[in-house]
Design a protein. Structure first.
Length: 561
């Protein structure tokens, strides 16, 4: 939990006040119990005047009143720190996830990401109140309890300290060593359950169609059975720990009573102080009672913290560096990949090997190749979703690798191979590309992709809801929407990654002929498998085995046709 020192440092004043009030609360309770015991014992001796009881009476009133005040301060500052800390953790996680490129995010399943952002953070919100505070408050309170008991008898003080440390620290540590193996597993199982439930929700129709639902269900039941088994083990161990702790809660004052009675019989401790020693031992247990739960949650907190920290470590080093923004200009410039090498990880094969490519201003080029050849990677590098292992990327005179990714992407308009459609209206999905676009601009783009008649068939028009992930649309309509969105952005460079996938051949031909004509003067890089579209571009390249070859230009292509 070394990260918690850095996380708590910005709130050090609140942490200090919370701990101070927490220790004062326990100290007030110790004072209340000890002075009450002394008052009762002294009153039982029938003193000659009430004035002899005046000091303990005032002490009882003071400690009884101050305990409530200190408890309020403890709750106020500790919860204030907790909620501020929780907000900061969520912001930090988002800041860690947000710059991650789609390439990096693909390493994490959706359910796993959701678990990290949701359940793991919910686990961490208990770290301060449930782990940090109890340990520090218990340490300060043990010193106070031992100090007060020392005034009664050094021997009883030493005995009390040994008993409290044994039961409050030794017992929880012993139980923690037993539950540690289950604590990390329960966090992993929670993530697996989320992943599989996400798969079930989005792939249910495929599971049923393929006849695989029963097998999926059996595997899920095995996972759930293990989850129940591990949960029962943890709860059983928690119950044993709580039971032993409560047993110690009663055993400590009885032990002090027996030892104190022997000291009273031998005349080493005044009899009036024996109730003080016993009730002080009973009250001091308030400080160490939360330690059992604190140590039991330690394993889960460490596992959840490690999973969250791992997200920020996934950010490529070069992408994480703050870079200058790209100048705000929209002139059409040449685009250049120069001796680019790229692979996902050091242990994986190269996807791009010494690739060099220059697109002239206004040139329309197509890249062909087998699936997995790395065609989409050319676009990902250009959009700064990833950085090459070596080589350079340039837009005109600007080195793209030296610029901020957000500003670089303003120069490009892209249609990804698998576009995401948001669960909102069609209009809002279009305005993501250009919030200032007029309604006539939206209709023009829809007409170019032949989606206008479908929209006009709904009474809501542009305000029609498209559903989660565009479930209210067909696959071809989702692709058309992505094309319209890219046109609305009106950037000087258009990047097309299989834009006609899901469209019938005739419609694809009509739409892309219309779009490519509208993009005259702009630079276009088109990833495609369909050779029928090659007549629409000026240049065709092939990517195979990580190497890029230039097939022919428009003039050569015309001669072949």
């Amino acid at each position: 939990m070394k990260h918690w020192v850095h996380r708590l440092w910005p709130y050090r004043l609140g942490v200090a006040l919370a701990l101070l009030f927490g220790i004062f609360t326990v100290a007030a309770n110790l004072g209340l119990m000890s002075t009450s015991a002394y008052l009762i014992a002294k009153a039982a001796q029938h003193p000659q005047t009430i004035l002899l009881l005046w000091v303990p009476i005032v002490g009882v009133r003071f400690f009884g009143t101050s305990r409530g005040v200190f408890r309020y301060g403890d709750r106020y500052f500790s919860h204030d720190v907790t909620f501020r800390l929780l907000k900061n953790i969520r912001i930090k996680i988002y800041q860690a996830i947000e710059p991650l490129s789609p390439i990096v995010l693909k390493r994490h399943l959706s359910g796993d990401l959701w678990t990290r952002f949701g359940a793991d953070v919910e686990t961490l919100q208990n770290a301060y109140l449930g782990l940090v505070t109890p340990i520090l408050v218990a340490a300060g309170s043990l010193v106070i309890a031992a100090g007060v008991q020392w005034l009664v008898s050094p021997l009883l003080a030493g005995l009390l300290l040994v008993l409290l440390i044994t039961i409050g620290v030794g017992l929880p540590l012993a139980m923690d060593s037993v539950t540690q193996k289950y604590a990390a597993e329960i966090v992993g199982l929670r993530a697996q359950r989320s992943v599989r439930w996400m798969d079930a929700m989005f792939g249910l129709s495929d599971l049923i169609t393929l006849g695989a639902f029963q097998r999926f269900q059996v595997a899920q039941e095995l996972l759930e059975a293990r989850w129940v088994e591990v949960t029962r083990h943890i709860n059983r161990l928690k119950g044993i720990g709580v039971g032993l702790t409560e047993l110690g809660n009663h055993a400590v004052p009885w032990t002090i009573l027996v030892a104190g009675s022997l000291l009273v019989i031998r005349g080493r401790v005044p009899g009036v102080l024996l109730p003080v020693a016993v009730l002080l031992a009973l009250a001091s247990f308030e400080a160490i009672r939360p330690l059992a739960a604190a140590f039991q949650m330690r394993g889960s907190l460490i596992a959840a913290d490690a999973r969250i920290v791992a997200l920020s470590q996934d950010t490529p080093q070069r992408l994480a560096i703050k870079k200058p923004s790209m100048p705000h200009r929209y002139g059409v410039e040449f685009i250049q990949w120069s001796h680019v090498w790229y692979r996902y990880d050091s242990f994986e094969p190269w996807i791009l090997e010494d690739v060099s490519l220059t697109l002239k201003p206004g040139e329309h080029a197509a890249v062909m190749g087998e699936s997995g050849a790395g065609k989409s990677t050319l676009i990902s590098l250009l959009l700064r979703f990833a950085d090459p292992v070596s080589g350079s990327l340039a837009y005109g005179a600007e080195d793209l690798l030296a610029l901020d990714g957000e500003s670089v992407r303003q120069t490009f308009s892209a249609v990804p191979q698998d576009p995401h459609i948001f669960d909102t209206s069609l209009k809002q999905n279009l305005l993501l590309a250009n919030p200032l676009a007029s309604e006539s601009t939206l209709w023009t783009a829809l007409e170019m992709v032949e989606l206008n008649e479908w929209v006009q068939s709904y009474p809501q028009g542009l305000d029609v809801l498209v559903g989660e992930h565009g479930q209210g649309m067909s696959g071809g309509q989702r692709k058309k929407l992505a094309l319209a969105r890219a046109l609305i952005k009106d950037a000087p460079v258009m990047l097309l990654d299989e834009p006609t996938e899901g469209l019938d051949a005739l419609a694809a031909r009509r739409i892309m002929t219309r779009i490519m004509a509208s993009l005259s003067g702009k630079t276009v890089l088109w990833i495609t498998h369909d050779p029928a579209h090659l007549a629409l571009v000026d240049r065709v390249l092939t990517l195979r085995n990580g190497c890029l070859t230039d097939n022919f230009t428009k003039v050569q292509h015309t001669e072949i046709v």
